[in-house]
Design a protein around this ligand. Structure first.
Ligand code: UDP
Length: 411
């Protein structure tokens, strides 16, 4: 008796809060259409984020189902008390991913973003499993950022790069990726904001924190380059403390950031500064806090984009950004120093920017990805997109395979 064809298996992998938020709709689409479209979907969480505030609450609020596997990388790292180094984290993550690949034998792995979790793409690639990468092509050109290294590697490992805006596509083409490996989809954060803003508006988070609409500054800072160096961090804190003397300032602070401030002896000054320090918020609460802020100061990639969509000016507290679209649109100011003055400037920005600047087609990026994946599975793209036939339009590929045509053969 003939064996039934093995169903195509899609494995989606997330590791941290923003990936869960951005992927929520695609995860649902991938679940819902398994039968009708005859494929299987396995959902994996690396466990890089594992605190309830940074992880669990998003399942509850966004209706995301529990992952089929949680690799527990963050917890293992913490429990073993080993060095909190990148290398040690990878030494836990890589074998876990490899075991899972052996067990599940996926035909495609879908990643979003540029964190250490997504670096496991190298293991996936070494197992000859094709990769789809969402958020491909963002570049800050700041090689000090760990994420810049991660995203460059992942984009070049991916068989299909889903880019938010045409700019990202051009960057990838400039890096030598062939055109057929890139598709512009619009920024997937629109799906999250659109799905949850109506619910978020019902949250009592303003009243609970004694805030009124349009009267406060919202802050998030967590990037390594802002946190790990004491002098720069202290300078930013002093600016925020100065702002808090004149404005209400609210900061949902991550546990890791609090621990660093304590280590540097900066926590007490901050605690007594008048800044409202609150725990990390659920998505609904945070979306509402963003919507009603008069200005946002943040080093987060997603927050500057959400701020543009919500019509709130943002001070992007970084030396560089891989997402300058928000600055180009006139919705933000890039400022690594002098947060005080730059926040005053941001407060005066005319709020006339295009709220769809990050998604000009106004379609759902998750739906575009889903449909493209289905087309590509159907056409067999993932089986042979690394083959000579796909690649031979490049002279370098032809030469590598010993095919010298009249154009490139120089006697
Ligand atoms: N966010 C949240 N609660 C918070 C702070 C942020 O839900 O207290 C959301 C925010 O709306 C955005 C995402 O988390 O969608 C940003 O995550 P983060 O800043 O950790 O990551 P980045 O965007 O820098 O990769």
């Amino acid at each position: 008796m003939a064996m039934p064809d093995k169903k195509f298996k899609i494995m989606s992998v997330v590791g941290i809060r923003p990936a869960l938020i951005r992927m929520h709709k695609l995860l649902r689409l991938l679940d819902e259409h398994q039968k009708a479209k005859n494929y299987e979907h396995v959902f994996v969480h690396t466990g890089q984020h594992f605190d309830h505030e940074l992880d669990g609450i998003f399942y509850e609020q966004m209706g995301i189902r529990q992952p089929d596997y949680n690799l527990g990388v963050g917890k293992t790292l913490k429990q073993q008390g080993g060095p909190q180094s990148f290398e040690y984290q990878m030494s836990i993550l890589f074998p876990e991913i490899a075991k899972l690949l052996e067990k599940e034998r996926p035909d495609l792995v879908v990643y979003l973003g540029d964190t250490n979790s997504e670096l496991s793409a190298i293991v996936v690639s070494r197992h000859s499993v094709p990769i789809a990468h969402i958020e491909a092509g963002g570049r800050s050109y700041d090689w000090r950022m760990p994420e810049e290294k991660n995203r460059t590697v992942i984009d070049h490992l991916a068989d299909i790069c889903y880019s938010y805006v045409p700019r990202y596509r051009e960057i990838l083409l400039q890096e030598g990726l062939p055109e057929f490996r890139i598709k512009v989809i619009g920024n997937i954060i629109y799906d999250a904001v659109e799905s949850f803003l109506p619910l978020a508006e019902k949250s009592p988070v303003l009243e609970e924190n004694s805030l009124t609409s349009g009267s406060y500054i919202l802050v998030t800072l967590h990037r390594e380059e802002n946190i790990n160096e004491k002098t720069g961090l202290e300078e930013k804190l002093n600016d925020l403390i100065k702002l808090a003397k004149e404005h209400t300032v609210v900061w949902p602070i991550m546990p890791r950031v609090k621990a660093t401030l304590e280590k540097f002896g900066l926590w007490d000054a901050l605690k007594n500064s008048g800044i409202k320090l609150i725990k990390p918020q659920g998505y609904l609460e945070f979306l509402k806090l963003q919507k009603h802020a008069k200005v946002i100061i943040s080093d987060s990639g997603s927050v500057q984009e959400e701020a543009l969509i919500l019509g709130v000016p943002c001070v992007v507290a970084r030396a560089s950004t891989e997402r300058p679209e928000t600055l180009i649109a006139g919705a933000g100011i890039l400022a690594n120093t002098n947060l005080y003055q730059n926040t005053l400037k941001a407060l005066a920005l005319p709020k006339s920017w295009d709220k769809y600047a990050l998604n000009p087609t106004r379609q759902s990026p998750s739906v575009i990805i889903f449909e493209d994946l289905m087309d590509k599975i159907q056409s067999g793209f993932f089986k042979d997109s690394r083959s000579y036939d796909w690649l031979k339009s490049s002279r370098f590929v032809r030469e590598a395979y010993g095919n010298f045509d009249s154009d490139n053969k120089k006697d």
